[in-house]
Ligand binder design. Structure first.
Ligand SMILES: [Zn+2]
Length: 403
């Protein structure tokens, strides 16, 4: 990864610039700042930053890993704009895949280098190398601590997290890293949607992955013993997450997604304004051009002409989702809320539509998506408080979002 690449994506695989992500932890943390737990987290993130910097010389291996991913049937490049996906791919490379190269075991090498510098972290590094990716259910959580039950074992782990561990009952895919006597959650955490992925489904997903690896349980998976299983396991959990978060909703794109055009025309009878398209959650990409996205993945381009709307699907698999989006947002303009102002409470009749609409205020998540994690909940509570001050009736909204 060179300097130019670091401007557009971070060493951890996040699509955000390095300066706004891991770069914030590049310097040795100031031990006089913050409370005890935030100091602990800052120290952990700094140590992780130092570890990840060892992956920079491994760029050619990372490219080889990408090439290997490119041979799979899923077009992984489509999702690299999704920070969570990008971070998980990089973590899978770093923790699982690169372990097979005897001359490039970044973690063990890091341990050796650090030992020379006489920093007492070598043992921690070595333990980090044994950190597998797996599913856990959140049992309890507060601002920075939480309890997780890892599937395949009854043990409850007490963990330190970065403030983004979701509410109890939610399934997460995590790597638990031992650092200075405590277990920390690696920032490349994947949260499964609680409303569609129950604990029972998490169990069956976990067992499917164990079976795919030919193991009874992957609790206790060892990189030095089960080498092949170790190399593959992280990617299987990432696929499980992708199936739940993307494929189940938008369909599974083909390998050549984005390379073949799938044009469509909307009937002339539909008259639509740019305002309507945008209020439905589409993005403007040019004067008369718009993009329908799901999370960070573009699904279709729309071009508004005098004669009507022409569209192009990024992949044929997205057709049902895109067309139901169009039907919902364009076909019956009356169903589109009159006000696009985000701070007004939606009328009761529009609520189901409103809670599924991406809002810039929520980083393009819908209120329903945002209500599944702590950070989003905080923002939603602020929003609802604002609505209340304006005299809106927010009780139904509160109930619907579980706030
Ligand atoms: Zn980062």
């Amino acid at each position: 990864m060179d300097a130019i690449q670091l401007k557009t994506s971070c060493i951890c695989g996040n699509a955000r610039p390095y300066q706004d992500c891991c770069g914030l932890f590049a310097a040795v943390p100031d031990s006089s700042k913050g409370n005890e737990v935030s100091r602990k987290w800052a120290a952990f993130r700094h140590a992780l930053h130092e570890l990840y910097m060892y992956s920079v010389p491994l760029r050619n291996l990372y490219e080889a890993y990408w090439e290997k991913l490119g041979q799979e049937s899923y077009p992984h490049h489509l999702l690299m704009a999704d920070s969570e996906y990008g971070r998980a791919v990089t973590a899978n490379f770093f923790w699982d895949y690169s372990v097979q190269f005897s001359d490039a075991r970044p973690i063990l090498r890091a341990a050796r280098d650090v030992e020379v510098k006489n920093v007492r972290m070598a043992n921690d590094f070595r333990e980090w190398s044994l950190s597998s990716f797996s599913l856990g259910i959140v049992v309890g959580v507060d601002a920075r601590h939480g309890h997780l039950r890892m599937l395949g074992s009854e043990k409850i782990h007490q963990v330190v997290h970065g403030g983004d561990l979701p509410e109890p009952g939610t399934c997460v895919a995590v790597r638990l890293l031992s650092y200075r006597g405590e277990e920390y959650i690696h920032p490349a955490m994947l949260v499964f949607p609680r409303e569609s992925f129950s604990e029972a489904e998490a169990d069956s997903g976990f067992h499917r992955i164990c079976k795919a690896l030919g193991m009874k349980s992957i609790a206790g998976l060892r990189p030095d013993v089960q080498c092949d299983e170790w190399r593959r396991h992280g990617a299987l959990f990432l696929s499980l997450w992708r199936e739940q978060v993307y494929d189940a909703i938008i369909g599974t794109p083909s390998r050549n997604a984005g390379m073949v055009a799938h044009p469509f025309n909307l009937p002339d009878s539909i008259s639509v304004t740019a305002k309507q398209i945008l209020s439905g959650g589409a993005f403007q990409t040019g004067k008369n051009n718009f993009e329908i996205r799901y999370r960070d993945v573009p699904l279709a381009q729309l071009n508004m002409r005098k004669s009507g709307i022409q569209g192009v699907l990024v992949d044929e698999a997205f057709r049902p989702h895109v067309f139901s989006w169009l039907a919902e947002h364009l076909d019956s303009p009356d169903s589109i809320p009159k006000s696009t102002h985000e701070n007004n409470a939606p009328p009761a009749a529009d609520m189901e539509h409103w809670i599924r609409r991406p809002l810039s205020f929520l980083n393009e998540e819908s209120p329903l998506q945002a209500s599944s994690h702590d950070f989003g909940k905080r923002k939603l509570r602020d929003l609802i408080d604002g609505m209340l001050k304006q005299g809106s009736d927010v009780e139904m909204l509160r109930q619907r979002l579980g706030l």
